[in-house]
Ligand binder design. Structure first.
Ligand SMILES: NC(=O)c1ccc[n+]([C@@H]2O[C@H](COP(=O)([O-])OP(=O)(O)OC[C@H]3O[C@@H](n4cnc5c(N)ncnc54)[C@H](OP(=O)(O)O)[C@@H]3O)[C@@H](O)[C@H]2O)c1
Length: 261
């Protein structure tokens, strides 16, 4: 299926590895002009090189921490040097730490808010002026916890619900500008983040990593973790000009893990 990117400019944040990089890879493969961003200049340059090698498309890498307003401003100053139009935005950031309610301070809550919710607000606010002339597409990466909160991830569970409310509201408000807005939720996709969470659970529960992984698979009807490229493909579709009618929805990429209707 041709997704009709034809060199349209798209920005993917937190894209030096994991789900952000896989989304950027899928977008480049479909012919988008991809700009990627994350905090580490070195990791980002490596990711850009890998995407270019695998897709034959040029990728621009701009370091930025999405939790910092000055970085988001600088990121968009750089984007505007490339084009005064942005077609696609993927809002992504690293996940907050695991821990119980009583273990977190106000600072921890503030950091999670800035990184996982306010970052989306700032990225969308900066993108809309670059999208409104010709329409656009926005995807936020959240978590299956918007349907079923995950024990031990209270910061994430709380911020993701906020993102979902924000995205639904934006889909209504931005529809008249031709901007389609959706949320994509990973269940258990094999990235460094998931491995780190499994390792810390194994340590906490006195189990091996393999035991923890086998237990997780019991909840997944497809009996395996997802691969990042399986996630990236959906993002590439939702962000594309070929998506003309999907907006305001939340999509699970979870191998059937979430049992809610
Ligand atoms: N994998 C899953 O199954 C799963 C499930 C549910 C939710 N999620 C959520 O999906 C998101 C992506 O997860 P992932 O598994 O791809 O994680 P990952 O493999 O740890 O990758 C995280 C990416 O985010 C970047 N990053 C972290 N903090 C950032 C910041 N403040 N500003 C800009 N970039 C930042 C990192 O690069 P730098 O270090 O260079 O900044 C890296 O590229 C996370 O929010 C995670 O919690 C993932």
């Amino acid at each position: 299926m041709d997704l009709h990117y034809d060199g349209k400019v798209v920005l993917v944040t937190a894209a030096s590895k994991g789900l952000g990089k896989a989304s950027a890879m899928a977008l480049a493969r479909e012919g988008a002009r991809v700009i990627i961003s994350s905090r580490s200049q070195e990791a980002l340059a490596k990711a850009a090189e890998e995407i270019e090698q695998q897709t034959g498309q040029k990728v621009l890498a701009i370091p930025a921490d999405v939790s910092k307003p000055e970085d988001v401003k600088r990121l968009f100053d750089e984007v505007k040097k490339v084009s005064d139009q942005l077609f696609g935005l993927v809002c992504n950031a690293g996940g907050p730490p695991a821990g119980s309610f009583m273990s977190f301070t106000d600072d921890d809550w503030q950091r999670a808010f800035e990184t996982n919710l306010l970052s989306v607000v700032r990225l969308v606010r900066a993108s809309v002026p670059l999208m409104e002339a010709n329409g656009g597409r926005i995807v936020a990466i959240a978590s299956s916890s918007v349907k079923v909160p995950i024990p031990g991830l209270i910061l994430s569970n709380t911020m993701r619900a906020g993102v979902q409310g924000l995205m639904k509201t934006l889909s209504i408000e931005l529809a008249e500008k031709g901007i389609l807005v959706n949320t994509v939720c990973p269940g258990r996709i094999a990235t460094d983040r998931l491995r780190a969470l499994d390792e810390s659970r194994a340590q906490r529960e006195g189990k091996t990593l393999e035991e923890v992984q086998q237990e997780s698979l019991k909840d997944i009807p497809l009996k395996r973790y997802g691969e990042p490229h399986e996630f990236g493909q959906l993002v590439a579709y939702l962000l594309s000009p070929a998506n003309t009618y999907l907006t305001g929805s939340t999509y699970m990429v979870d191998g059937g893990m979430v049992k809610a209707l």
